[in-house]
Design a protein around this ligand. Structure first.
Ligand SMILES: [Zn+2]
Length: 64
């Protein structure tokens, strides 16, 4: 349960996602596991700076 909720944190700002909040999932080849905070789920706004070096994981998908 707790592990699943950890994934609902924005990779950039660390805030929890609220219900209905738009999210973007990005994949960065240099950080496949997300340990460097590059790959993962972001707020749409937080994802913008990462887009420069990220490959969209099946494009920007609102996860809701
Ligand atoms: Zn964020």
């Amino acid at each position: 349960m707790n592990d699943a909720r950890k994934r609902d944190r924005c990779q950039r700002c660390g805030s929890w996602f609220r219900d209905g909040e738009l999210r973007t999932r990005l994949y960065v080849a240099e950080d496949p596991s997300g340990e460097q905070g590059l790959s993962g789920v972001f707020h749409d706004e937080c994802a913008l700076p990462v887009w420069n070096f990220a490959v969209p994981d099946t494009a920007a998908i609102p996860l809701q």
